[in-house]
Design a protein around this ligand. Structure first.
Ligand SMILES: Cc1cc2nc3c(=O)[nH]c(=O)nc-3n(C[C@H](O)[C@H](O)[C@H](O)COP(=O)(O)OP(=O)(O)OC[C@H]3O[C@@H](n4cnc5c(N)ncnc54)[C@H](O)[C@@H]3O)c2cc1C
Length: 373
């Protein structure tokens, strides 16, 4: 019995915010999936996700959306302000909200629980990805397995795993994340303030009332709690009233990167690419990785010789566009000179005056545009 080989379609390495839901999506498509993670602990990640309309539909299909306990907060309006343009850019969509804000740890908890109920999650902290090959035997927890396809979803841990080849774009920035309560209703409006030190996003936070928000401030300059609170107060004190900050502020490193193709693996989520959080789209892009994979599985069999490259070529364009867009946007504001100011002004003007450009921008943010499918 000990030598029995368990044959599976997919092995997913990493049951994080993307790997776990990828497993559920593949299971729903009737594939035989096993997920391994190095960690059994519930991720207490004190962050929110701005989940766009496309990702919400996806979570609904997986039966995750209806299990959220903290009421998601819709984003009905986005206001973008900077210190270059006099008037803000305001985005609104009349048909449906542009997205919702939810807590990371809720998605993580619900998806992990579903994997456990299906008995397809294994915890093993000795996984060496250089030892894993498709269609070759692999031992996990003293059992033998053979997988047709290997999906790598270990998030940014990929950057310290030498089996994979990633290009890092800029790793000197940090994001500071926290929550605060306020006197005046946030009216389901999200704000993005561009300062020379870095962007500050204020999002409605999941809560029973509309008087709690979260901030995400990203910068390469160090900032202490008092300075950050002063900055937030300066930007939204007038619209939100008295602000009472939660004690803890969490610091996350920002390491925008892109992983090169490797025919042995399918990379998804932050293992394929991570982008600057300024656009609030990293996880939403991970959902698109899974959707593309699922669409390819409708068209091709798992035995198709260049399947992994087909997948990579479909995801690379959007990944590079977001990676470049967010990195360039940051650079334009950080390196404050007259040329950059002109480009920023032209961009604001284009988005303000040209309806077509605004509509594309909104649809893209909502995940309603498929660049290649
Ligand atoms: C400040 C900030 C704000 C953000 N806000 C948004 C937002 O509003 N909207 C949005 O769409 N995105 C946002 N993002 C991006 C989003 O958080 C990430 O894209 C997402 O968390 C990536 O999920 P993942 O599953 O790829 O990685 P992770 O969630 O990091 O999961 C990786 C998993 O792999 C496991 N693992 C690691 N190494 C190994 C190994 N060797 N073997 C086995 N298992 C392993 C880990 O235990 C973990 O469970 C934000 C990012 C930051 C930094």
């Amino acid at each position: 019995m000990k030598n029995k080989i368990n044959n599976y379609d997919f092995l997913i390495v990493g049951a994080g915010l993307i790997g776990a839901i990828a497993a559920l999506a593949l299971f729903q498509k009737k594939f035989k999936v096993l997920v391994i993670d190095k960690d059994n602990k519930i991720n207490k990640d004190n962050r929110t996700l701005a989940v766009n309309a496309n990702s919400i539909d996806f979570l609904k299909k997986l039966g995750i959306w209806n299990l959220l306990k903290f009421p998601p907060q819709p984003i009905d309006k986005i206001v973008i302000k900077d210190n270059i343009n006099r008037n803000p850019l305001i985005f609104k969509n009349d048909d449906e909200s542009m997205g919702n804000v939810i807590l990371n740890k809720e998605i993580y908890k619900i998806a992990r629980q579903k994997l456990k109920n299906l008995n397809i999650l294994k915890i093993d902290n000795s996984i060496d990805t250089s030892e894993i090959h498709s269609n070759k035997n692999l031992s996990i927890n003293n059992n033998n397995y053979c997988f047709k396809k290997i999906i790598i979803s270990i998030g940014k841990n990929i950057l310290s795993d030498i089996t994979h080849n990633s290009i890092i774009f800029n790793d000197k920035h940090y994001s500071y994340v926290g929550f605060f309560r306020h006197k005046i209703d946030h009216k389901n409006t999200a704000y993005e303030f561009f300062t020379n030190e870095g962007p500050l996003a204020i999002l409605p936070a999941p809560a029973a009332n509309k008087k709690k928000s979260t901030f995400i401030y990203s910068s390469k300059e160090k900032i202490n709690k008092t300075q950050l609170q002063k900055l937030i107060y300066k930007k939204i004190g007038a619209s939100h009233g008295n602000l009472v900050f939660d004690k803890s502020i969490t610091k996350f490193p920002i390491t925008p990167h892109l992983t090169k193709n490797n025919n042995n693996f399918i990379y998804i989520g932050d293992s394929l690419k991570s982008i600057h959080p300024v656009a609030g789209q990293g996880w939403n892009l991970g959902v698109k990785d899974i959707q593309t994979l699922c669409k390819l599985l409708d068209l091709y069999s798992l035995e198709t010789k260049n399947f992994n490259s087909l997948y990579y070529s479909r995801r690379i364009i959007e990944s590079v566009i977001y990676l470049s867009f967010t990195s360039i946007l940051n650079f334009l504001y950080e390196s404050n000179n007259s040329f950059n100011t002109k480009i920023i002004k032209a961009g604001f003007k284009g988005l303000d005056k040209i309806k077509f450009a605004r509509d594309i921008f909104i649809k893209q943010a909502m995940g309603r545009i498929n660049l290649i499918d």
